[in-house]
Structure formats: structure tokens, C-alpha cells
Design a protein around this ligand. Structure first.
Ligand code: UTP
Length: 309
């Protein structure tokens, strides 16, 4: 079994980023010097993915343009000897096939995945959500592909979260633990309240699923938030007798689907960037000094106001 195709669902409305996302897709927001979706595609390429099926929707044309040649721009850059500015994206375009599928209405992540059924066919498929950027020496999706290939099963990526945060994630119930990071899944619950959560292992945006997921989605009615949930469809796979594993992926995860996470990711990634790291660190140290100074002043101010009474 080989996993050569990956679905990137990118048809959501991105309401948490409004008004920014009214005309610019959330997936195209920059993380330092390239859009979030490019990190995802690079992770896929490093994991031997050959075909990316991007689920797109209204106002998402820039996604297609980003992964396409731009002869006018390239000619200008060539004449100015600045060709290296676009070389990272050109390498991706050369090596990789993109298929775009339109989700006509944003009916949920499960529905978005279902729209890719004709492009995937009867093979296991990787799914990478551009809201989750995961960096580290071993690409996150390749960690899941390894397990799926060895065990001939479905695999979801998980991470431990504080129990009060389970209501933001799909959460797995564990049947068996094989190693500190690998579990067999008994069941999955979408966004449980802490009291109902079967564990604190939350699903994050990487999956490798069998092609039966498409029939399972078709049998799934709308769930949490009135959307067709991928988590519910994976539960169907379990009840149809398929094995589902959960793996605590190794790497640093950034939740770039919401403004605060996106801001934090930009700072962290800038610190690691070879061109900007040093200057960013210097800037943060200056900010830190300013903050300490401000806090010092605040104390002095409050002491002054106390002494007035
Ligand atoms: P989110 O749950 O983050 O939804 O989707 P969203 O619409 O992108 O963002 P908010 O919640 O309104 O701020 C998780 C992933 O699934 C895709 C999104 O593009 C995102 O990558 N998605 C979601 C779809 O492709 N279609 C959908 O109908 C819903």
C-alpha cells in the first residue's frame, strides 16, 4: 500500500479571521515569507505525496494562482537577476500535480473531503488541514503514512490538550495503547464538553484514511454545528470493522486558523528563519525591555496614586 495523494481542504469561510478573509483565503495568509498552504504542500512533498487535491470554493482563486507558473513575473525577475525570489515555489510547481475540486457550499470538513472522492479513487489518502502547521525533522504526515502502511489501517494525528479544551476538538477514546505515542481507537467524539470527553487526546489536522471514508461520509448526517463532521464518518469506519489508530505526532504545532495562533506562529517561525531570526530576537529583547519598563512605571504610578489618599 502506498499513499501518493493528499487532500487539502481549503473551502471553509474562515470566519474567525473576518474581515481579513472576506476576499483573501485564510490559507493564503503569510507565515513570515510564504502562505500557510505552501508549508502544507512542502510537508506533503517531503512525505512523497505526488498529487494534491485542493478543495476550493468561492474567493479562493489565489490558491490556484499561487501553484501555477507566472511567465510575466518570471521574465521580469530574470531580467533583474532576481529569479531566486520565486525559486522555492517554482520547484514545487515543477515536481507536483494539483487537482482542484470545488465545494459548492461549506457544509463542513466531512463534506469537503467527500467532494474529492472522484479524484482519489480506491486508495488510501492523506489529509492535511492548512490550519495546522507542524514543523520538525520528520514531516508529520509521513509519520502517519508509515503507520498506515505497516498496519494497513486508518491513522489520525493527536496531541494531548488540557481537559477544558476538548470542546474545541475531535477527541479519541482509546481501546489499546501500543507505545507512548501509538494507540488503537475505540471511538471518536466531536467537540465534547470536558465532562463527556473520553480522553484528552485531541485530533489535529493530519489523517491517513481508507477510501471507504467516502461511503462513510455519505452515510453521515450533519452533526456538531449542523456540519457534516469527518470525525463522525471515521466513527462509521470503526463500526464497519476498520481499524483506526491515533498517533501523537512529533513536531511543533501552530494553530494558524485563528488570529492569536497565527500571530504566535509568525513570531516563532521568524525566530527560526535564517534571514530574520537574529533581528527578530533583537526586536523581541527590545520589546521585553519596554514591557519591563512599562510595568515598572505602572508600579510607580500606582504607588503615587495610593499616597495621594
Ligand atoms: P474550520 O473548522 O477551521 O472552518 O475548517 P473554517 O471555515 O475554515 O474557519 P472558521 O471556523 O469559520 O474560522 C477546518 C478546515 O476545513 C476546511 C477549512 O478550509 C479548513 O482548512 N473546510 C471547512 C472546508 O474545506 N469546507 C468546509 O465546509 C468547512
Amino acid at each position: 500500500m502506498k499513499v501518493k495523494k493528499a487532500i487539502i481542504p481549503a473551502a471553509g469561510l474562515g470566519t474567525r479571521f473576518l474581515p481579513q478573509t472576506k476576499s483573501i483565503p485564510k490559507e493564503m495568509l503569510p507565515l513570515v515569507d510564504k502562505p500557510a498552504i505552501q508549508y502544507i504542500v512542502e510537508e506533503g512533498i517531503r512525505s512523497s505525496i505526488e498529487n494534491f487535491i485542493v478543495i476550493s470554493g468561492r474567493s479562493k482563486k489565489s490558491l490556484e494562482d499561487h501553484f501555477d507558473l507566472a511567465p510575466e513575473l518570471e521574465n521580469i525577475l530574470e531580467s533583474k537577476s532576481k529569479k531566486d525570489l520565486t525559486s522555492s515555489i517554482e520547484k514545487i510547481i515543477e515536481k507536483t500535480d494539483f487537482t482542484y475540486v470545488r465545494q459548492k457550499e461549506p457544509l463542513g470538513l466531512g463534506h469537503a473531503i467527500w467532494t474529492a472522492r472522484h479524484a482519489v479513487g480506491r486508495e488510501h489518502v492523506a489529509i492535511l488541514l492548512p490550519d495546522d502547521i507542524i514543523t520538525g525533522p520528520v514531516p508529520a504526515i509521513s509519520q502517519l503514512i508509515k503507520i498506515a502502511t505497516q498496519e494497513k489501517c486508518n491513522v489520525v494525528a493527536v496531541r494531548e490538550v488540557p481537559i477544558e479544551d476538548t470542546k474545541h476538538y475531535g477527541v479519541v477514546a482509546i481501546k489499546k495503547q501500543f507505545s507512548p505515542n501509538l494507540f488503537q481507537v475505540k471511538n471518536l467524539v466531536e467537540k465534547p464538553e470536558p465532562n463527556d470527553a473520553p480522553s484528552n487526546l485531541a485530533i489535529i489536522g493530519r489523517y491517513v484514511l481508507s477510501p471507504n471514508i467516502f461511503d462513510a461520509i455519505e452515510e453521515t448526517s450533519s452533526g456538531h454545528g449542523g456540519e457534516i463532521q469527518l470525525t463522525d464518518a471515521i466513527s462509521k469506519l470503526l463500526s464497519n470493522g476498520e481499524k483506526v489508530f491515533a498517533y501523537k505526532v512529533q513536531g511543533t504545532r501552530y494553530d494558524v486558523g485563528k488570529p492569536l495562533g497565527w500571530l504566535k506562529a509568525n513570531i516563532s517561525l521568524a525566530l527560526k528563519h535564517p534571514d530574520y531570526g537574529e533581528q527578530m530576537l533583537k526586536h523581541l529583547k527590545e520589546l521585553d525591555r519596554d514591557i519591563l519598563l512599562m510595568e515598572g512605571k505602572a508600579e510607580i504610578l500606582s504607588k503615587t496614586s495610593e499616597s495621594m489618599f
